[in-house]
Design a protein around this ligand. Structure first.
Ligand code: HEM
Length: 421
């Protein structure tokens, strides 16, 4: 059946809109007309290339994103199982195809992961979260840039130099050691109060509260009492906003970028949660700044937020956004890490006994743990490292290759994106 003229127009217009909003350029767009065989071409002839890497069946334009759709065989809420299954099916390298047929390679072998991460070019090229970048660009009242996580190149370097020295300084954590000990004591009391027999109801929520309290202690330099005042709705609201932010970012990443055409549900959720996080932490920050002005005496330690506010090279919007981003970054990462570690240790009585013996030896009852004790806690450290290996808190660390590389026998050209899994 012939397609009528108006249908033809509709299809062409739809395709043109899609090309426009997704920024697609077909391969011939980049053709240089150079026909003689270069050294690079010869290497390509010898090694299998990205084209040969196995992976799920790819559809034209849509690529392999369909595997997470309603007719695909993986669920987005169980993404870790999807990547585990793909590893078992396809081996150490697995190729997914993003929208408009851009290859994204998942790298599973330790050797390959090390190879890519250790190359460390001057500025790591990381695929930005498009949807967040888009939103931040539209909020000039709050953001002058896309933030440390999404910026690239020199702007990223400038932000990193200005914002992270105090956070990365081991003296900061050591300085806050007594304060963090108190946070741990409050966490233990909270767990005890929620314990019924051998069960702790809602441990995940407690772990996020711990993530919030410890990150605030580190960044804002004071206890905010989230772990003691269990009636607070603020923590629940903030943790919920961070959770929605996380799931909406995931849906935006794996779904079609329809938010570029109209505000989709996940776009609205993302913006709403981004605003909630910003508003709650911003209010906390203002309260602390006001209280410090009233309280004339100097604090013994300068908090991370004070060092950021002192920074002369940055706009106040950048400083505020960074403090908020840091706190938001700590809640789920620390919370999930605790959930995973406790889950793994809880399943293994032998590990529990070894751990108990080590802790009892290093810090007998009623003794505060100090930094030296922690340095000697080799078994505890091994448990934490093993938990990161077994259930990574931050999987899918992504990079875009800036030069070609050979991984597991495949020759990959610059521009290919890859994830560590
Ligand atoms: C167990 C807890 C944590 C884990 C497992 C974790 C993991 C990571 C990883 C793997 C990256 C690198 C991502 C990449 O290179 O693409 C990263 C970056 C980052 N993390 Fe964390 N993190 C944790 C806690 C925190 C906390 C508590 C904060 C803030 C106080 C924080 C702030 C950041 C920031 C700002 C970046 C971006 C750095 C940059 O772009 O230069 N993280 N994190």
């Amino acid at each position: 059946m012939l397609v009528s003229g108006s249908w033809c127009e509709a299809i062409v217009v739809t395709l043109a809109i899609l090309v426009f909003v997704t920024g697609y350029r077909p391969p011939w767009w980049f053709w240089t007309g150079n026909s003689h065989q270069s050294h690079r071409d010869k290497i390509k002839d010898e090694f299998p290339t990205v084209r040969d890497i196995p992976g799920p069946f790819s559809l034209p334009i849509l690529g392999t994103r369909w595997i997470f759709s309603w007719f695909g065989y993986y669920r987005m809420e169980k993404i870790h199982l999807a990547y585990k299954d793909m590893n078992q099916h396809y081996g150490p390298l697995c190729k997914e195809i993003a929208l408009w047929n851009y290859p994204v390679v998942s790298v599973y072998s330790r050797h390959d992961i090390e190879l890519v991460l250790r190359r460390s070019p001057r500025y790591p090229l990381r695929p930005p979260q498009e949807i967040i970048s888009y939103y931040r660009r539209s909020r000039k009242d709050r953001y002058t840039n896309l933030g440390l996580v999404n910026e690239q190149g020199e702007t990223w370097q400038k932000l990193r130099d200005a914002l992270t020295p105090k956070l990365m300084d081991p003296k900061t954590v050591l300085g806050y050691f007594p304060a963090l000990n108190k946070v741990s004591d409050d966490f233990i009391s909270l767990i005890k109060s929620r314990r019924k027999g051998n069960n702790i109801h809602g441990f995940e929520e407690l772990a996020y509260t711990m993530g919030l309290e410890s990150t605030c202690t580190l960044i804002l330099g004071r206890h905010l009492g989230f772990l003691t005042d269990t009636s607070t709705t603020l923590t629940t609201k903030l943790a919920e906003a961070v959770r929605i932010h996380f799931t909406a970012s995931r849906d935006a990443f794996y779904g079609l970028p329809l938010w570029k055409i109209f505000p989709t549900t996940y776009y609205k959720q993302l913006i709403e949660s981004e605003d909630t996080i910003y508003n709650i932490i911003s209010e906390l920050l203002e309260t602390i700044i006001c209280e410090q002005k009233d309280d004339a005496h100097d604090a013994p330690l300068e908090a991370v937020f004070q060092s950021i506010l002192r920074e002369k090279t940055l706009d106040i919007r950048d400083k505020k956004a960074a403090i908020i981003d840091f706190i938001a970054a700590g809640i789920h990462t620390l919370g999930n890490t605790l959930v995973f570690i406790f889950h793994l240790i809880g399943r293994n009585p032998e590990v529990q006994k070894n751990l108990y013996d080590e802790v009892a030896m290093l810090a007998p009852k009623n003794c505060d743990i100090n930094a030296d004790n922690l340095r000697s806690a080799t078994y505890l450290r091994a448990c934490i490292n093993e938990s990161f290996r077994f259930i990574p808190t931050t999987p899918c660390i992504a990079r875009i290759l800036d030069e070609s590389i050979t991984l597991s026998g495949y020759h990959l050209d610059p521009g290919v994106s890859w994830n560590n899994n």
